[in-house]
Design a protein. Structure first.
Length: 302
């Protein structure tokens, strides 16, 4: 095929001599590569999940039974004593791994509850509007105005501390965030031409919501999940540090920090190990969330 440029065509556009049809120039699509920080963050999260899932299969001592003298130094001869022992002689590695199970289970379950309920309410409020939208927005604003940690403290003081209590409390606390995000995106996509065209062709509201709008709103909501999960991990650690989280002897990262805070001057490793685990996990989740938002949020100009 032979092409040539004509003075009446846009600059950079050529025309096929044989047919006269315009031939647009080939543009190499922009490929956004992951940075090193994102790769390391994903590796850390995969490692934490693998350790938590495979904990019963690992050569770990029981997290509730002492295996040596209290405050023993790290011993690289055994996996259970790799990070030493705590103030009761229990394996720090074992308690760290099983503490990760608590943080991940509570975080994942609470985030999914908030995601499911908040996204559905925001989707319905953004599409139907009127009194339903006003009611959902009012309830969300009230919940956002109420300090989340105070709400969790109130629930922990009324109900007995347990994994179930934490999941329900943190799940409810995260609903308003997804409501506002889903509502904003639904309002934006509801005014698009393809949605109005489908509505003009007689599509039902359910079809418009779940076939036309939801597939475009969903990527932004899913990209926000890791960030909410990081908030839940911090909240769970805060409650456990205050003694209102998972009851002992079941370990949690916040509970480990609380148990070792009085010995931080003599045994800083007992505090730094769970603190570093929380820091790396929260940092990694935020990095992954930012990357997913940049890649999949269709409202962002790339």
């Amino acid at each position: 095929m032979t092409t040539t440029e004509t003075p009446f065509m846009e600059k950079g556009t050529t025309a096929d001599v044989t047919t006269g049809a315009a031939v647009l120039p080939k543009v190499t699509p922009l490929v956004r590569r992951k940075g090193l920080t994102v790769w390391l963050s994903e590796g850390w999260i995969v490692l934490i999940i693998a350790l938590a899932v495979l904990a019963p299969l690992l050569p770990l001592a029981d997290y509730a039974i002492p295996i040596g003298s209290p405050h023993a130094a790290p011993d690289f001869g055994s996996f259970s004593t790799f990070l030493g022992t705590d103030s009761l002689g229990r394996s720090m590695v074992s308690r760290l791994v099983y503490g990760a199970r608590v943080s991940l289970v509570v975080g994942a379950a609470a985030s999914l509850i908030a995601f499911a309920v908040g996204s559905l309410l925001g989707l319905l409020a953004g599409y139907f509007g009127k009194w339903f939208d006003s009611g959902v927005v009012l309830i969300s604003d009230v919940m956002l105005a109420f300090p989340g940690l105070v709400l969790l403290l109130a629930l922990a003081s009324i109900f007995s501390p347990s994994v179930k209590t934490l999941i329900i409390g943190m799940g409810v606390m995260g609903i308003p965030q997804f409501v506002r995000l889903a509502r904003a995106h639904t309002l934006a996509w509801s005014s698009r031409e393809f949605v109005r065209a489908a509505k003009g062709l007689g599509a039902s509201p359910l079809r418009l919501l779940f076939k036309e709008i939801l597939p475009n709103v969903l990527p932004s909501l899913v990209a926000y999940l890791p960030i909410v999960l990081s908030h839940v991990v911090v909240a769970e650690g805060s409650l456990s540090f205050l003694g209102l989280g998972i009851p002992p002897p079941r370990p949690s990262w916040g509970g480990m920090i609380n148990a070792a805070k009085d010995n931080i001057a003599d045994q800083p490793l007992l505090v730094f190990v769970p603190s570093i685990a929380i820091f790396f996990t929260v940092f990694a989740l935020n990095q992954i969330g930012d990357h997913l938002r940049t890649r999949f949020d269709r409202t962002i100009e790339h």
